[in-house]
Every structure is written in structure tokens, then in C-alpha cells.
Design a protein around this ligand. Sequence first.
Ligand SMILES: Cc1ncc(COP(=O)(O)O)c(C=O)c1O
Length: 384
Amino acid sequence: MNETATLRARAEIDLAALRANVRVLRARASGAQLMAVVKSDAYGHGAVPCARAAQEAGASWLGTATPQEALALRAAGIRGRVMCWLWTPGGPWREAVEADIDVSVSGMWALDEVVAAAMEAGIPARVQLKADTGLGRNGCQPADWPELVSAARAAEEAGVLRVTGLWSHFACADEPGHPSIAAQLDVFRDMVAYAEKEGVRPEVRHIANSPATLTVPESHFDLVRTGIAMYGISPSPELGTSADFGLRPVMTLAASVALVKQVPPGHGISYGHHYTTAAETTLALVPVGYADGIPRHASGRGPVLVGGAVRRIAGRVAMDQFVVDLGGEVLEAGAEAVLFGPGDRGEPSAEDWARAADTIAYEIVTRIGVRVPRVHLHEDSGRD
Ligand SMILES: Cc1ncc(COP(=O)(O)O)c(C=O)c1O
């Protein structure tokens, strides 16, 4: 028996697959460096082991959203370039500067705070200026760019910071041929050219996320920032499957069946009785629910490999459990139920769950809760 099979539930994380995916993505963007995006606990896969594995496979940068995520990587002993981009007033700027983290600045309030922190620390900050080239979310608008660039240059001249990067983020890179892709690239080139004319000498210019890395080669510049593709998941079914890109899903989510029992016809199942048994049948109780990140939206639809066949959830997903109708088949309690994985055993994929829950596969893996232990496999890269 697999030594983890006695766990109620587990997310197995195949680090050899993650390293192989990083190599595939590096080959795809061979003229650029690769940033492994490990925000939100590496999309639910475990930030520290995934960051280490990505570095082993040649990722020269790590990226997080929050400074706390970046500082946690440092606290775990992870070295090398780390960048984080989601700041709110109050920082922690000084801690980030002292921990040698590249920080992103989208506006004057942030520049003022990082300048003050760098002066207090007595260490020049490494700052990347973020341009809003059309996403309309974070980033500096073109109209405000001259003021930000000029203030950053002045601080650079004063030795308080170094502008290490100019960067942006796509809105629709997962929609092939979307006109905003070319439009954002044009704006990005203009904003970079303006900053360079003003004397900025960035180490890296970057805009590409996974879909752009896979399908928009002219967006690669000096660095690509890959998240979802590194975890072996296609950014969108429209672009192709993960296998089409040579990527292998990294996470397998499985649970041990808690109970198998026989019930008569006409038996209502789970809250609300949205499923009723058509005939005498057997039921398997799968002990994971929405508290574990199983989407309640997938009630009646989520696919599960159990007893050698893929079956649908019967009735509602509850907080801690759901039920599968085995159609009369008898299994032992403890049998494995595989919700998603790479598909080697015929199990569904995270994309299948995304379809069942009317969401994207990013959300399926990222939302797996802390109650589900991550079991990291193939940590030793020497065997790749
Ligand atoms: C700024 C930024 N860059 C890169 C990424 C990685 O995106 P993806 O997972 O599509 O590669 C994200 C994730 O949303 C992001 O917020």
C-alpha cells in the first residue's frame, strides 16, 4: 500500500513533473529568463518545495504577489532573485529591501514609501516599475508614467534605489488573437522606450504570463513569468491541452473512501436531496468537501475516479464530504478516490473539474485547502 494511502485526503505534488515543465517552458522562451510564479502557496502546490524545484530546473527568478509570500521564501532559506508585486501602504518595504527582494511600484505613493524605507535601511532598493498597458488593474497609467519615471530616476541618481525592471501584465493572453494583446505590446514598447530615453537601464523587461509564453513569442522580452503552465495545466482549453504543450499536471488530489453501503431505491442523497437513487445501489462516501476546496458549484457534476470508473458526484458537495453512486459495485472502505491528476490511471483532470464548476483550472488547484496535506514526491532532482 502506498504509504500516504491511509490519509483522509492528500494532494500529491510531483516535483519531477514541475521541473520537466520548467524545462519545457524555458525551451519555449529560450531567449528569455524564466520567473517561476509561486504566489498563493505555488497555486496550492506548496511554495517552498516548488520554488526550490523550479530553481533546480533553471528558473532564475521567483515571483510572488504579496511581500509576505516573498519574505517567507527567504525565511525558508531560498536565495536568488525574488520579486513581489502586490503592495499596500505601510509595506513591509524595509523588510523586503533588507531581504534583497525586488519590489514592484505602480504609483507615487509606493515609490515614496520604498525610498523612505531604503534610506532608513541604508541599502538601495531594487525597484521594478509596473506599467498599466491595458489590463486596467495594477500598474501606472501612461499619463502618469513620466512623473513616476522621473521620480524613480531622481532616486536612482541619489543612490537610493536601482530600477531593475520595467514590466506589465496581459489582460487577454489566453484568448488567441485578441486585439488587446498586440495593443498592450505596443503600449509596453512605448512605455519602455520612454523610460529608457529618460535613462532607465532595466535588467529585465517583461510582460508574458503562461499563455503568452506559450503562444506569443514576441512578448518574451528578457523574462517570462510562468505560473499555471509550470504546474502542468493549460492556461485555457482554447489554447490547447497541457499535453499539446508537452506539460504534465503536477498535482494529484485523492481521498480514501470513508464508507461504502447499500441503499434502497428512492433514497435521497446529501443536503437538499438533489439526487435520488434510481434503484437499489451502493454509495461511496468521499471525505472531502468545500472546506477542502472542492467547489460546491460542482455538486452533481464533479468527476471522480473510484472503483475503476469515473463517476459523478451524487447530490451536493457538503463542507467535509460528498457521495458517489457506485451503481451496485462493492468497494472496501479505504479504497482510493482520485479527483484529478495527470490522467495516467484514467482519472479526471483539473480542467475537467473547472468545467464541472464553471470556473478555470487555476482556481481548482489554488483553492485546495490547508486541511489537505501536500505530499511532495521526487524532491531529489538527481534522478531526473
Ligand atoms: C503579475 C503576474 N504575472 C504572472 C502571473 C502568472 O500567470 P500564469 O499563471 O497565467 O502564468 C500572474 C498570475 O496571475 C500574475 O499576477
